[in-house]
Ligand binder design. Sequence first.
Ligand SMILES: Cc1ncc(C[n+]2csc(CCOP(=O)(O)OP(=O)(O)O)c2C)c(N)n1
Length: 530
Amino acid sequence: MALMTGGEAVARSLAAHGTDVVFGIPGNHNLPIYEHLASNNIRHFLSRHEQGCGFAADGFARVSGRPGVALVTAGPAVLNTLAALSQSYADSIPVLMVSPGMPLRHPHGSTGHLHEVKDQQAAVDAVVAVSHRVSSVDEIGDAITQAFADMTAGRPRPVHVEIPIDVLDEVADTEVGLPLATSVVSAPVGQLKRAAVALAECSRPGIVVGGGARAASAEVLRLAEKLGAAVVTTTNGKGIIPEDHPLSLGAGAHLHTVAEWARSRDVLIAVGTDFGSSDLWNGGWTLDGTLVRIDIDPRQIGVNVRPDVSLVSDATTALRSLLDLLGASSHGDGGKRESASWVSRVHEEAALEGALWEHEMKAIAAVLDRDAIVAGDSAAACYYGLRANLPLHTPGAFLYPTGSGTLGYGLPAAIGAKVAMPERQVVAVMGDGGVMFTLPELAAAAAEGLALPLIVIDNGGYGQIRTNMGLRGYEPLGVDLPSPDFAAAGRALGCHGITIESPERLSEELAKAFVADRPTVLHVREGGSA
Ligand SMILES: Cc1ncc(C[n+]2csc(CCOP(=O)(O)OP(=O)(O)O)c2C)c(N)n1
C-alpha cells in the first residue's frame, strides 16, 4: 500500500503491465495522469487528433503483439477515438483507452461542465469489449489489471477504463494493479482426435488463416508442409507464412480461383478467421469437404460458416496438438504438386485485378526488406493492388482496416508500428481521399523524426465510390476532389515531400525515405506519374 493520487495509480498500474508508450493528447481533465508518465518511464507520443491516438495504438499492437494504449481527455476527445476503437474491435486488436469522465456525483444531463457528454461511458461501451468506470482510487489498480487480462486472455479486443476527474486528483492509500497470469484455452482431446483423423485421411487438404493465427506462424507452416497443403490468408493474416513460400496462395481470399480451390478441398482447416464478407466479398465460399475450425472465441467459431469439427482453442496450442497427433505421417509430396498449380492460377487472377497498380507494386517490392511492414487504407490500390500482389513475409506485416473499413487508418497505424519497431521498414500507402482524414498526423511523425514514407496514390477523388456510382447509372456526385499538392503539404508539416513521375523514381525515393531524418510524402498519380 502507498499513498498516491488516482492519476499516479493509473500511471503506475500501466507501467506494471509493461506499458512503455502511450499515444495521447493532454487536456485539463487528464493532467493528473500526465504528471506521472515520465517518472514511470512511459513515453508520451503526441498525436494530432484522438482518432490518430486510437489508430496508432492499434498499429502498435498489431506489430508488437502487446496492447496499445491511448490516453485522451474527456468528452469530445473520447468521442474522437470511437471510429478507431470500433476498427480495433472489428479486427480483434488489443487497445486500451484510458480517459477521465465526469465527476463521481455528476448527474446525467446537462450541467454545463467542461467536456460533458450525455453518457460518455455508454457511447464507448457501444464499440469496445468492456468499458469500466471506476468509483474510487482503490479500484484503479484492479481495473487496469482486468483490462489487460481482457485484452490478453481469449479474444483480444479494445477496452476502456474511465476515471472520474475528482478520483484522478483524490489521494488514497492504495495498491498498484499487477499483471494476472492468464491461462491458455485449449480444445478437448476428443475433438482434436477427430480433426487429426480427418487430416490424416484426406487427400486434398487446405489451410485458411486469419488474424487469430498471427502468433502461430511456425505451427501453420509445419502443418502446411506436413500435409502439402496450400495456405490462403485473410487480409489480417497476410504474412503469417512467407508469401514467397511455394505453398502460399497469398492474401486474396476473395479471388474466384481461391473460392474454387476451397470448394475442391476434402478437408479445410480454418484458423482464427470469421469468414467475413470484408474478406470474401465476391459472395463467400461454398465448401463441399470437411471444415475443421480453430477459434479462441466460442461466439465466433460458428459465425458465417458452420464447422464439422470445432476446436475452441488458442491457435498455437491447437495446431501443436494436431501436429503431435499426426506424428511422423506425411502425405506432403502429392499435395505440394497439386498446390503448385493453384498457386500459379491464383497469382494470375490477383495480377489481373491489380494490373492498374502493377508498376507501383513492383517499385515498392523492389526496395522492401523481408520483414518490412506496410500499412494500407481502404483504397483500391491497397485492396486490389498490394493486398494480393505485394508479397510480405512476417505475421502482422500488413496493417489494414479490414472489418470496419475506416478511411484514414493507414498513416496513424504506420506511426504506431514505427514507434513499436523503429528498426524495421514501415511504409504507409493511402489514396488521395483517405489520406485527408488523418493527414495532420504527419506533423506528429515529423516532430519525432520518424523515417516513415507515406505513398499517396492519387486518382483525383473517391475512386471506388465514383466507380460504384457509375455502375448504378448515377451521375457522379461528391466523388471528384481537386488534388492538393501532397508533396508541398508534407513539407509544410515538417516532412520531405516529393512528386513522383515514374515507377523507377518511386523505388529510388522510397529507399531514401526509409533512412531519412523525418517522414517523406511520395505523391504518385494512379497509373504511374503525378
Ligand atoms: C470513415 C469512412 N468514411 C467513408 C467511407 C466510404 N468510402 C469507402 S472508399 C471511399 C473512397 C476512398 O477514396 P481514396 O482513399 O482516394 O481511395 P480510392 O477509392 O480512390 O482508391 C470512401 C469515401 C469509409 N470507408 N470510411
